[in-house]
Design a protein around this ligand. Structure first.
Ligand code: PLP
Length: 380
């Protein structure tokens, strides 16, 4: 059987929480979603959380709440899942990419600064920049934040990989250096709700707007209505929203998973440390770990060094040995949909040399040893 690169961990407590909701009065729009949102705020240290049916939806309503229109530009990292860029396109905005540091696959602050200087000359500054905490390692948020003040852009942290990660001692999600942070609860990510996501912020008006967009633009809050009514059935649609709601079934699973997130991240960290220690790093190197931050280790990526073995050969050998290695990611600007001619050197270098090894809490030392053995077999 193929060892996958990532896999959810479901406990009997998780199952019990879900069954409890199934036996209750509400499958959706009941108490479990606000409970999950409160737990996420308490955990990450943000004031507001808006839970939705995917991280992609969270990115979309985050862009809308920040007022993104078809006249605007969004910049993100090319080494990410396509959703980080698609959210801009949903709003009709155009997308451009800031190159990454090939050693970390994180948005390069130097490249961002260069690009901002250029863009300010041409009046093509971005309205929103979306840094991606790739593999679970936080970006240089403080430096990006300083640039946001200088050049007047908003920041959405794409933390789909990074719930449980820390930057300068604080959990990702506290939004110290951003307007909004989004999480994903897809089964391959750190914690899961099946499908699901969340947008966190410290700004009440952003939270209110995202809440509207999540559910058809409908409000029952008298303060947000144009007309005063005492009738309980009265509501108003104040903008064009969507049905991006998370169900109570999913939220219950999320709360149950979140309760043991420290344990999950500890297990992932142990696996990453084990790989670091046990893979002979002559021809290969892990992503560089940056100072003053703790990764949640969503992915474990090896970089094949210059003059080393052929990445595709390593990839095929490991797949043939039943090891579900993967490639995260094809630079988004290469996707036919985006139809872009650019080739950013950092992203290209990373793309031709990276390989993601399996990492998930239940993997076990026997599987890990086999993976390392097979890597040694192909690299010697
Ligand atoms: C998974 C992922 C998303 C999208 O998450 P969904 O919950 O599947 O919509 C967005 N950005 C990144 C970096 C991701 O890895």
């Amino acid at each position: 059987m193929m060892t996958p690169y990532g896999k959810q961990e479901i406990t009997s407590d998780d199952i019990e929480s879900v069954v409890k909701v199934l036996k209750s009065d509400f499958l959706t729009q009941g108490p479990a979603v606000p409970q999950f949102e409160k737990a996420l705020c308490d955990y990450a240290g943000s004031s507001y959380a808006v839970a939705v049916n995917s991280c992609t939806s969270a990115l979309h309503i985050a862009c809308l709440a920040l007022g993104l229109t078809s006249k605007d530009i969004v910049w993100t990292s090319p080494i990410t899942f396509v959703a980080s860029a698609n959210c801009a396109r949903y709003c009709g905005a155009s997308v451009d990419f800031v190159d990454v540091d090939p050693e970390t696959a994180l948005m390069s602050v130097d490249k961002l600064r260069e690009k901002l200087i250029e863009a300010s000359k041409n009046n093509r500054l971005p309205k929103i920049v979306i840094p991606v905490h790739f593999a679970g390692q936080p970006c240089d948020m403080k430096e990006i934040y300083v640039l946001s003040k200088e050049y007047g852009f908003k920041i959405i942290e794409d933390a789909a990989h990074a719930i449980g990660a820390k930057y300068q001692g604080k959990l990702i999600g506290c939004c110290q250096y951003s307007d909004i942070t989004v999480f994903s609860f897809h089964p391959v990510k750190i914690i899961t709700t099946g499908e699901g996501g969340c947008a966190l912020t410290n700004d009440k008006s952003l939270a209110d707007r995202m809440t509207l967009y999540r559910s058809h633009g409908i409000t029952r809050d008298p303060e947000q209505m144009t007309k005063i009514s005492k009738e309980k059935w009265y509501y108003e649609q104040t903008c064009l929203g969507f049905n991006y709601r998370l169900t109570d079934i999913q939220a219950a699973l999320g709360s149950s998973q979140l309760a043991r997130i420290n344990d999950i991240v500890r297990k992932r960290t142990k696996i990453a440390d084990w790989y670091d220690k046990n893979i002979n790093l002559g021809l290969l190197s892990p992503l560089t770990r940056k100072e003053n931050r703790e990764s949640s280790h969503h992915l474990y990526v090896l970089i094949i060094k210059k003059g080393g073995v052929d990445r595709d050969k390593v990839y095929r050998h490991l797949i043939d040995s039943g090891i579900g290695v993967n490639l995260h990611y094809i630079p988004v600007y290469r996707q036919p949909y985006f139809n872009m001619k650019i080739r950013l050197p950092g992203a290209e270098q990373y793309y031709k040399s990276a390989i993601s090894l399996p990492i998930f809490p239940a993997i076990g030392e026997k599987k890990l040893s086999k993976i390392v053995r097979e890597i040694e077999n192909i690299c010697k």
